[in-house]
Design a protein around this ligand. Structure first.
Ligand SMILES: NC(=O)c1ccc[n+]([C@@H]2O[C@H](COP(=O)([O-])OP(=O)(O)OC[C@H]3O[C@@H](n4cnc5c(N)ncnc54)[C@H](OP(=O)(O)O)[C@@H]3O)[C@@H](O)[C@H]2O)c1
Length: 611
């Protein structure tokens, strides 16, 4: 029986008593824009309809009562007096609801997707001149704006160290949009509309004045743009700056939610910590300023459409859950393959490696979604409670187990997509004798009733033959082979969930080959998002930014989850530091990783699925 992990100093679970929700804010009185403030923008009549928004549905035809037949009049239902406290509460609530005035319909919003438009808000982007902001965050905001999913009263405050005028910053962002927006070409009118809402705020994170001036500027923007005191702080900066920025915000009170409305949230990029100790310290520093419910730790994998669909697949259908356990599943494989190398981020990768960059977050997050118990509700904490239970049930590895069950690799020179590529050690800013792993594969188990004895094989690698992320559920063989005379040996059922590319789900099963005799072959049933729905899936950043603006933290990682995940990865990294490093490089770029990773499965009579 594996030892239970003890985590001294780890944060308590992030559950908090629900706080009084901020009081609803009255619509801002019409104000004249202050000089230099972003120009007021006309009603968004010209924007394109929300992509993927359901087509307006015709009202159901009214059933006509049979002619002349007097409509039966139901006797008024006799109201039972409330018998329990719950009945009493429900009765009071329904009376209160009935008495409340109905909100006025806005005719300009008719036909638009209304249910997911967030409150007016200021989006404060720290690290706005950086790579992530340009490639992902601002293109995601543009896409949300283009598809009417952002409120009209919205402003982006870009915080950066270099001097820019608002105009100069906007034109630089436009260039990035032209390169990275997922819908091309970028519509000029829509861009002008959003650009008028972007302001640049120069300041160094280490300077107190940055936050003081930011606070004053946000107050002004509340006045001129109607952002109503709602602010989201997005930290797209190097991780070493997270605690400093959070403390700076706290010093000037930018974390305080106001009684008369005005929420404050902080989105923190990954990696969250470098190991368990640093994650605990960072959680503590963030917790000194923000409450857990204000903190959104991002792992962009969770925003991917197929990952979200995994929950619908498991819990929105009746037929899979009964077989989702050790009785029917032989093992699970989770693969994140990248064909790219480290893309000029040598200094970052040297400090991180595949286990910190992928195993601690993306791979363990995918595993927890596959293995979790059904939550009682779809609320953020219910979901995260179940995910964290899974990670807690993974036994901590001993040094011997690490040597036996975890494989690390580093790519050497090779060929990817018919082009020669350098080895990791020849990449810029990489130590020519580097011992950093660019590949990791691990065999983990989950010690609970559902999964006991079912291995979960996880692997991640850079410079593999192709880019693909997949979860494969391998079912057990049938208990008795009936079709022994079949020419081919049918393989057991397999369910493959493709996270990227070609998002979809494939089920493999045996079918009879047409003709005389009984020959059984593998066939597949395939569902692909692209062909089933004929819409592009949103980028993960679009989903997650929108969720954070809506206050939905389900797809963000909670403090205790991050720490539990580190407590799986820390012993692996510690064990490696004491073991002899494999003979790096131990796999050629463009191959599926080191041989030892194949042996990890082969010794149990299994093999990695060919993707
Ligand atoms: N890039 C990606 O593909 C990617 C993917 C997933 C997660 N992430 C995470 O996202 C975060 C940002 O990554 P990145 O690649 O965008 O980093 P980056 O390109 O180095 O950007 C860092 C940003 O922070 C600013 N900055 C640094 N120190 C500052 C200071 N003292 N005062 C004011 N501004 C300062 C930089 O401003 P200057 O321009 O003035 O230096 C720059 O805008 C990291 O946590 C990373 O792990 C990145």
């Amino acid at each position: 029986m594996a030892a239970t992990r003890g985590r001294p100093g780890a944060s308590a679970t992030a559950k908090e008593p629900a706080e009084a929700a901020p009081a609803p804010v009255a619509a801002p009185a019409k104000r004249e824009p202050a000089e230099g403030a972003p120009a007021p923008v006309a009603a968004p009549a010209k924007r394109e309809p929300a992509e993927g928004a359901p087509a307006p549905v015709a009202a159901p035809a009214k059933e006509e009562p049979a002619e002349a037949a007097p409509a039966p009049v139901a006797a008024p239902a006799k109201r039972e007096p409330p018998r329990t406290m719950r009945d009493l509460r429900l009765a009071t609530e329904s009376r209160r609801r009935a008495a409340a005035p109905k909100p006025m319909e806005n005719p300009l919003r008719e036909g638009l997707r209304l249910e997911r438009v967030p409150d007016p808000a200021a989006f404060v982007l720290f690290g706005a001149t950086g790579d992530l902001a340009h490639r992902k965050v601002i293109p995601a905001l543009f896409q949300l704006w283009r598809t009417h999913l952002l409120p009209h009263e919205f402003t982006i405050v870009a915080v950066g160290r270099r001097p820019y005028t608002d105009e100069a910053f906007r034109s630089e962002i436009k260039e990035s949009l032209d390169a990275f927006s997922r819908v091309q070409p970028v519509d000029q009118e829509t861009w002008d509309d959003l650009a008028s809402r972007i302001v640049y705020h120069q300041g160094d994170f280490a300077d107190n004045g940055t936050y003081q001036r930011l606070s004053e500027r946000l107050e002004q923007l509340d006045e001129t743009c109607g952002t109503r005191g709602n602010r989201i702080f997005y930290l797209a900066t190097q991780p070493s700056a997270f605690a400093e920025i959070v403390a700076g915000l706290g010093r000037v009170g930018l974390d305080h939610e106001r009684r008369d409305g005005g929420w404050r949230r902080v989105v923190i990029e990954k990696p969250f910590g470098h190991d368990l100790d640093s994650a605990v310290v960072l959680n503590r520093e963030v917790g000194k300023v923000f409450r857990e419910r204000q903190v959104y730790r991002i792992d962009h994998y969770l925003g991917k459409e197929t990952v979200r669909n995994l929950l619908v697949f498991r819990f929105g259908n009746g037929i899979f859950e009964p077989i989702w356990n050790r009785r029917h599943i032989d093992h699970v494989q989770i693969t994140v393959a990248e064909s790219i190398g480290i893309e000029g981020r040598g200094a970052f990768y040297e400090e991180t490696g595949a286990s910190r960059d992928f195993l601690q977050n993306h791979l363990l997050q995918l595993l927890s979604l596959v293995a979790m118990e059904p939550p009682a509700t779809f609320e953020a904490d219910a979901l995260r409670d179940e995910k964290v239970k899974v990670i807690r049930a993974i036994p901590e590895m001993t040094r011997e187990q690490v040597a036996h069950d975890v494989v690390r690799g580093q790519y050497g020179p090779g060929w990817v997509s018919a082009k020669p590529v350098k080895g990791y050690r020849e990449e810029p800013s990489v130590n020519p004798a580097s011992e950093t792993e660019t590949y990791v594969a691990a065999r983990l188990t989950i010690d609970d009733w559902r999964w006991s004895g079912v291995p979960f094989y996880l692997r991640m690698g850079k410079r593999l033959p192709k880019r693909a992320t997949e979860i494969a559920i391998q079912f057990k063989e049938v208990p008795h082979q009936l079709f022994k005379d079949s020419a081919s040996d049918p393989e057991p059922n397999l369910l493959a969930m493709r996270i990227q590319p070609d998002e979809g789900i494939m089920l493999r099963f045996g079918a009879k080959v047409p003709g005389l005799g009984v020959d059984v072959r593998n066939v597949t049933m395939d569902f692909t998002y692209g062909s089933a729905f004929s819409v592009d899936s949103p980028d993960a950043y679009e989903t997650l930014i929108l969720d954070a603006l809506l206050g939905d933290a389900s797809l963000f990682t909670r403090a205790d989850e991050v720490e539990e995940a580190w407590s799986i990865v820390d012993p692996i990294i510690e064990a490696w530091s004491e073991q002899t490093v494999p003979d790096f490089p131990n796999y050629e770029a463009g191959t599926w990783g080191p041989e030892a990773a194949d042996d990890l499965l082969a010794r149990e009579g299994r093999r990695w699925r060919r993707i």
